[in-house]
Design a protein. Structure first.
Length: 118
């Protein structure tokens, strides 16, 4: 089982990044997926979520209007499009795939660093 994030990096304020989360080894299409981030000195927080059928959770105010989550079940991937990035978006971003119905599972990726700085 693998859940791998990619697409992070150093970007200037106001620019965009697209994070990818790719899965292997489990039934990804039946999972819900969330993106979380952990900013320096802060607890991990939820920034986006999408159901197995593509329904999207309300975004927190901190990213609403700037971040968009989407999924491509055929390619076993979930994306986080991040626009108009701000220095306070600097964090390690994690992908989380889970299924609450039987058979249950809960997987986390290793995280990808996003740094927003001029």
């Amino acid at each position: 089982v693998q859940l791998v994030e990619s697409g992070g990096g150093l970007v200037q304020p106001g620019r965009s990044l697209r994070l990818s989360c790719t899965a292997s080894g489990f039934s990804f299409s039946t999972s819900a997926v969330t993106w979380h981030r952990q900013r320096p000195g802060k607890e991990r927080e939820l920034v986006a979520g999408i159901s197995r059928t593509g329904g999207v959770l309300d975004y927190p105010d901190s990213v609403k209007g700037r971040f968009t989550i989407s999924r491509d079940n055929a390619n076993m991937a979930v994306y986080l499009q991040m626009n108009n990035l701000k220095p306070e978006d600097t964090a390690v971003y994690y992908c989380h795939a889970f299924r609450m119905a039987t058979p249950q599972y809960d997987y986390w990726g290793q995280g990808t660093q996003v740094t927003v700085s001029s």
